[in-house]
Design a protein around this ligand. Structure first.
Ligand SMILES: Nc1ncnc2c1ncn2[C@@H]1O[C@H](COP(=O)(O)OP(=O)(O)O)[C@@H](O)[C@H]1O
Ligand SMILES: [Mg+2]
Length: 290
C-alpha cells in the first residue's frame, strides 16, 4: 500500500485531536447496546442491497456510518426504525433488537418504534407550519400528555439550541428560517416526542460550514441524553463527532455479478482512523481525507 500523502495524514491527526478533546473515554465495546443488528440482510425486491451486517449501537454514544455511495448506509439506517417499511419491496431479514426486543416481531407497532427512534434527513424538511406548530405537532398527534405545550415547545427548542434565535417569532413560518436553523428545528421536532435514539442521514449535506459546526456541537450536547447514529460522507465530521465508526463498502459477488453492501469494520473512531484492521478501510480513509 502506498504511503498516504503527508497533508492527508495531517488532516487526520488534526481532526482526531479535536475528537479527543471533545469526547470522553470510549470503552472498547459498547457497555449497553440500545440497538443490536444481528446478521441482517436487507432486500429491495430480489436485490440483496446489504448483507450480513452485525453491529451493536451503544447507548449515549454517537456512531458514524461511513463508506462510498451505494454501500447501504441509508438502507441500514432506515432499518433501525422501520422506515424501510414505507418503501415498497424493501424487506429486512434477521433480528434488529431495541433494548433486547426484536422490533420486527409481530405485534410491534412501527409508529411507536419511529417515535422512540427518530430520524433527521439530509434536507431539512419542516412542515409548512409555524415554528411553534412544527414542534407541537408530534406531541398532539401522538396524544402525549403535556402539562403545558408552551413549556414543552420551549424545552425542545432549547435542547436543539434554537430557542434564543426563534423565541420572538414562534408564530412565523418555519420556511423563513435559514437552512441550518431549519435542520435544528427538525432535530427539535424529533426531540419533542421524547425519543431515545436519533438517526441522522447526512444531516449537514446541504449546510454551510458554520451551520455544520453548530449541528456538530449540538450532537455533542445531545449525546448525554440520546443515542445518535449518523450517516456522513464527511470523514472529518466522523472524526470530530463520533465515538465509534462503522465502515461499509460494496463488493461485487463473483458468481452473480451483483453488488452488495457490507460492513467492513466497526470500532472506536480513533482506532478506525489511526490503525484500521482492514486495508479497505485504510484505503478509503486515506483517499477521502485532505
Ligand atoms: N428504494 C430503493 N429501491 C431499490 N433499490 C434501492 C432503494 N434504495 C436504495 N437502493 C439500492 O440499495 C443500495 C444501497 O443504497 P443506499 O442504502 O441508498 O446506499 P448509501 O446510503 O450508502 O449511498 C444501492 O445499490 C441502491 O441503488
Ligand atoms: Mg445514503
Amino acid at each position: 500500500m502506498p504511503e498516504p500523502m503527508p497533508q492527508v495524514r495531517d488532516a487526520i491527526e488534526i481532526e482526531l485531536e479535536h475528537h479527543q478533546q471533545a469526547t470522553r473515554d470510549v470503552p472498547d465495546r459498547p457497555e449497553r447496546a440500545v440497538l443490536e443488528v444481528d446478521n441482517v440482510n436487507v432486500y429491495y425486491g430480489d436485490y440483496l442491497a446489504v448483507r450480513n451486517v452485525s453491529v451493536d449501537f451503544g447507548h449515549n454514544e454517537i456512531t458514524a456510518l461511513i463508506g462510498p455511495s451505494g454501500c447501504g448506509k441509508s438502507t441500514i439506517l432506515r432499518s433501525l426504525n422501520r422506515m424501510n417499511d414505507l418503501i415498497v419491496g424493501a424487506r429486512v431479514e434477521g433480528p434488529i433488537r431495541y433494548w433486547g426486543q426484536d422490533m420486527y416481531a409481530p405485534g410491534i407497532d412501527p409508529i411507536e418504534v419511529r417515535r422512540r427512534i427518530g430520524m433527521v434527513f439530509q434536507k431539512p424538511n419542516p412542515f409548512p407550519k409555524s415554528i411553534y406548530d412544527n414542534i407541537a405537532y408530534g406531541p398532539r398527534v401522538t396524544g402525549m400528555s403535556v402539562a403545558s405545550m408552551d413549556d414543552h415547545v420551549e424545552q425542545a427548542l432549547t435542547k436543539a439550541a434554537l430557542w434564543d434565535e426563534v423565541k420572538d417569532k414562534l408564530k412565523q413560518s418555519a420556511y423563513g428560517l435559514s437552512g441550518g436553523q431549519q435542520q435544528r428545528l427538525c432535530i427539535a421536532r424529533t426531540i419533542a416526542v421524547q425519543p431515545d435514539v436519533i438517526l441522522m442521514d447526512e444531516p449537514c449535506a446541504s449546510l454551510d460550514p458554520i451551520a455544520t459546526l453548530r449541528i456538530e456541537e449540538l450532537m455533542a450536547e445531545l449525546r448525554d441524553q440520546y443515542t445518535i447514529i449518523i450517516v456522513t460522507h464527511n470523514m472529518q465530521q466522523a472524526a470530530r463527532v463520533a465515538d465509534r465508526t462503522a465502515f461499509f463498502t460494496a463488493a461485487i459477488d463473483p458468481d452473480t455479478g451483483e453488488r452488495h453492501g457490507e460492513l467492513v469494520e466497526y470500532d472506536k473512531t480513533t482506532k478506525i482512523f489511526e490503525s484500521p484492521a482492514d486495508s479497505r478501510t485504510e484505503g478509503y480513509i486515506s483517499g477521502r481525507f485532505g
